[in-house]
Design a protein around this ligand. Structure first.
Ligand SMILES: *Cc1c(COP(=O)(O)O)cnc(C)c1O
Length: 391
């Protein structure tokens, strides 16, 4: 039998971050002393009051279909969040609850992009964006950046990349994989270009709450009515509430786009898990004390790792101002990222994600969503490995 795979599916590469994480977990399960820097999720437990809300929902029998785009209480909680934290006024009908922030991105791209369209994605990028664009039959257009500009694109760079076919610009600040954060002025300038050229913005704000060194974020949707009208905000519960396994995300969009996404979702996944949505209501409306604790811990690790990395021969690292990743430059070791990570895992049993997965082959991604003890041990091993390369 000749299994003919669809062009859209055949054009995809499987997620390298998930693959590395799985490989490290497997080695660990076999009893090997592996240090994993691959995690794309906080190493903290979901706060108890969120779990309790979901347990209560289950006990009450809240186990049936809900409206496809989410339960009214959750959509209202999302509206309230945007009002309270961002000063943005959405109607519940402009919000969609999906099965993860990733699914929200997918829905947004599916509802707006088609063959012939171009989607501008700054690199280093979250690895799923280009693949989703390809699934929609559209063309990813990658804008290269480097650590010299803290991995940020300028308005001029964006303007030069826009063609009559450009449909969407993907903005992710704070960024996965670099942890870099655009200033409000930089965000506004990028938004201005998109408005001038009639390009939509998909603003992935899932790391909004994870900021360090006094960094401030401001959503591109907040600068004017025109900015608001050009923006789809993608968000989710995975990072700031440590709910990766719950599979819940949300977005807010101009009404016609939200309506289209509602239709897409109603014919693909239907509603996100009913009782998980009750937990998400508690996440948004409940106490947020856990966040300060988590941020203090992340910050301590970030400072240590940043300073240690810069003491390692052949490695240099700009500091991150958000999320929970560092993205050191390994080019002076003479290795490209895939080789570097494969040899590092083999020689020192340290798992890191090659930058090539994010469109940046001179870097590796290290997640500090792991214990301080692991970070110290893992970086000592990276130090030893780098010294074996750089004489
Ligand atoms: C983690 C992440 C998401 C969403 O993850 P989900 O688990 O699907 O909620 C979206 N965008 C970026 C950049 C992320 O790192």
């Amino acid at each position: 039998m000749n299994y003919k795979i669809s062009q859209a599916a055949a054009s995809l590469s499987p997620s390298l971050t998930l693959a590395i994480d799985a490989a490290a977990k497997k080695m660990k399960a076999e009893g090997q002393d592996v240090v994993g820097f691959g995690a794309g999720e906080p190493d903290f437990d979901t706060p108890d009051h969120i779990k309790m809300a979901a347990i209560k929902a289950l006990a009450e029998g809240f186990t049936k279909y809900t409206p496809s785009s989410g339960i009214p209480e959750l959509r209202q909680a999302i509206v309230d969040k945007f009002k309270r934290e961002n000063g943005l006024t959405y109607k519940p009908s402009q919000t969609i609850v999906s099965c993860g922030g990733k699914h929200s991105c997918y829905n947004a791209i599916m509802a707006t992009c088609q063959p012939g369209d171009e989607v501008i994605i700054p690199a280093p990028y979250w690895l799923s964006y280009p693949e989703m664009v390809k699934m929609a039959g559209a063309t990813p257009v990658i804008l290269q950046t480097s650590d010299a500009t803290e991995f940020k694109v300028t308005a001029a760079q964006l303007r030069a990349a826009i063609t009559p076919n450009t449909r969407l610009f993907v903005l992710n600040s704070p960024s996965n994989p670099t942890g870099s954060v655009y200033t409000p002025d930089e965000v506004k300038a990028l938004g201005d270009v998109c408005i001038e050229k009639g390009v939509l913005i998909m603003s992935d704000e899932i790391y909004e709450h994870l900021l360090y060194d006094g960094a401030k974020v401001r959503s591109v949707a907040t600068f004017s009515q025109a900015h608001f009208d050009h923006t789809i905000i993608v968000h989710g519960f995975a990072k700031a509430w440590s709910m990766t396994g719950w599979r819940l995300g949300f977005l807010a969009a101009p009404e016609p786009i939200a309506k289209a996404i509602d239709a897409v979702q109603s014919h693909s996944t239907s509603n996100p898990t009913s009782f998980a949505q009750r937990g998400a209501v508690a996440a948004l409306n409940g106490p947020q004390e856990h966040l300060a604790r988590w941020l203090a811990e992340f910050d301590k690790r970030r400072r240590y790792a940043h300073q240690k990395l810069n003491s390692i021969p052949g490695i240099s690292c700009v500091n991150a101002k958000g999320a929970f990743y560092l993205f050191p430059n390994i080019s002076k070791t003479g290795l490209k990222s895939r080789d570097f990570c494969a040899r590092l895992l083999e020689a020192e049993k340290v798992a890191a994600v090659p930058g090539i997965a994010f469109g940046a082959d001179d870097y590796i991604r290290l997640s500090y969503a792991t214990s301080m003890a692991n970070i110290e041990k893992g970086l000592d091993r990276i130090d030893k490995f780098a010294r074996s390369l750089v004489k």
